[in-house]
Design a protein around this ligand. Structure first.
Ligand code: LRH
Ligand code: MN
Ligand code: MN
Length: 424
């Protein structure tokens, strides 16, 4: 963890300016009928999960350029996640990916306690083979043509649930790369039937207080067809499995320009929105930093979420899911968590009464301007004050740089090998 005095010293230097900015924004918002403290409290209560794999430098299939002090084990990763939460106060949970993060549950639990974290959804990675595995996932996992391969993938998911139970997780996220690369390679129908059959077996093993999230993705690694390719198929799965099955929306898993906020609204309407993987993209599943390319889209997603707040049973899970190739992953993840908070705060500023009126009057221009008025408001002082209140850093990235955390851990951690591509 970072020495508390580093954070305190940085905060002391920035506090007076922050209070002036916060008061000025508070006055401005009160003229719009908004209580800044109420917005700040909601932002302060908001938390987003970090994917364990995100704290390692990512890569493409061409290359990986590891930084110094890369986490080598899940325990190193939890240390890094602890620092992110210490500085931002916004990332209280970590989402494990198994088998990447497989370890003794008692050790995982102890490390989480030490770093002030809890565990979010478990992710069952059946998109790659592991050493010693009996059956290969080259041609699929849950939807494989071979029953023994499917059984192995089901078994792995049940193992993830078992491990998750021991460390306090309450959800399983399934994403499979199953699909095909050539027209005719697979029967769309029979492949989907096999997927459903396997998913039902996993659902049958789900504890009563758990939720099952299935994640759709248009393409990659299968480039012609993917078995759970879009929210339509995902919704069919959630319907087929039962009331504890929900759809997970990864922002990057759609074609460019798809109206994701509308998909979110539809899933909310159906009571099947399970959660999010936040990231940003220009072309495909780019896994760029959340809010880096299209912050307005992120805001529009949060606009739907705020609109649905208070709906009984509405409790989507929030996780970042992005890959860092040219930045320090800790800095990117801190920034992204803050971008998500920003979108949430902006969405809280939407004048919903006025918006509804403009919608009823078919006043398209003013309806759009109502959203823009919220989006254009610089809510930075709200986010900063929420952090100051909880003892996190007013400005996390400079505080992190000043702490020299990366250089310190680099002395203890083995130097990472950059050979080969891959996402982790
Ligand atoms: C697939 C995905 C999925 C995996 C993660 C590593 O593209 O978004 O969520 O678990 O990437
Ligand atoms: Mn994802
Ligand atoms: Mn993805």
């Amino acid at each position: 963890m970072i020495d508390k005095s580093t954070i305190t010293a940085a905060n002391e230097a920035a506090e007076a300016a922050l209070r002036a900015d916060y008061d000025a924004l508070g006055e401005h918002l009160s003229r719009r009928g908004i209580d800044i403290a109420a917005v700040k409290d909601k932002v302060a209560a908001y938390g987003i999960a970090i994917p364990s794999w995100g704290v390692g430098t990512g890569g493409t299939r061409f290359a990986r350029f590891p930084g110094t002090g890369e986490p080598a084990t899940i325990f190193d990763k939890l240390d890094d996640c602890g620092v992110i939460h210490q500085l931002t106060g916004a990332t209280p949970r970590v989402s494990l990916h198994i088998p990447w993060d497989d370890a003794d549950p008692a050790d995982l639990f102890a490390k989480a306690e030490e770093t002030g974290l809890a565990f979010d959804a478990m992710n069952s990675n059946t998109f790659q083979d592991q050493p010693g595995q009996a059956h290969s996932y080259k041609f699929g996992s849950l939807s494989h043509t071979d029953a023994a391969t499917r059984a192995q993938a089901v078994e792995h998911n049940l193992y993830c649930i078992e491990l998750g139970r021991k460390i306090g997780s309450k959800a399983l996220t399934i994403w499979v790369g199953d699909g095909s690369n050539f027209p005719g390679q697979t029967s769309f129908t029979r492949q989907f039937d096999r997927y459903l059959d396997s998913a039902r077996q996993i659902y049958a093993g789900l504890p009563d207080d758990w939720r099952l999230f299935t994640e759709h993705k248009m393409f990659e690694p299968a480039f012609y067809s993917t078995v759970v390719q879009d929210w339509g198929t995902n919704y069919m799965i959630a319907q087929a499995l039962g009331e504890r099955a929900f759809c997970l929306v990864d922002l990057g898993h759609h074609a460019p320009n798809v109206n994701i906020e509308m998909i979110v609204a539809r899933l909310i309407h159906a009571g099947k929105l399970g959660g999010f993987h936040f990231n940003d993209s220009k072309y495909g599943d780019d896994d760029l930093d959340t809010g880096a390319i299209d912050p307005y889209r992120l805001f529009l997603v949060f606009n739907e979420l705020v609109d649905a707040e208070g709906t009984p049973g509405f409790d989507p899970a929030h996780m970042l899911d992005q890959s860092h190739n040219v930045t320090d992953p800790i800095e990117s993840l801190m920034n992204s968590a803050m971008e998500v908070q920003r979108a949430y705060a902006q969405a809280l500023l939407v004048d919903r009464g006025a918006l509804g009126g403009y919608q009823d009057d078919n006043d398209a221009l003013m309806a759009s301007e109502t959203l823009k008025a919220a989006f254009r408001t610089d809510v930075t002082p709200i986010l900063r004050m929420a952090r100051l209140d909880k003892g996190a850093a007013i400005d996390p990235v400079p505080a992190y740089r000043r702490s020299c955390y990366r250089a310190t851990v680099a002395e203890a951690r083995p130097k990472a090998d950059g050979s080969g591509g891959g996402i982790v």
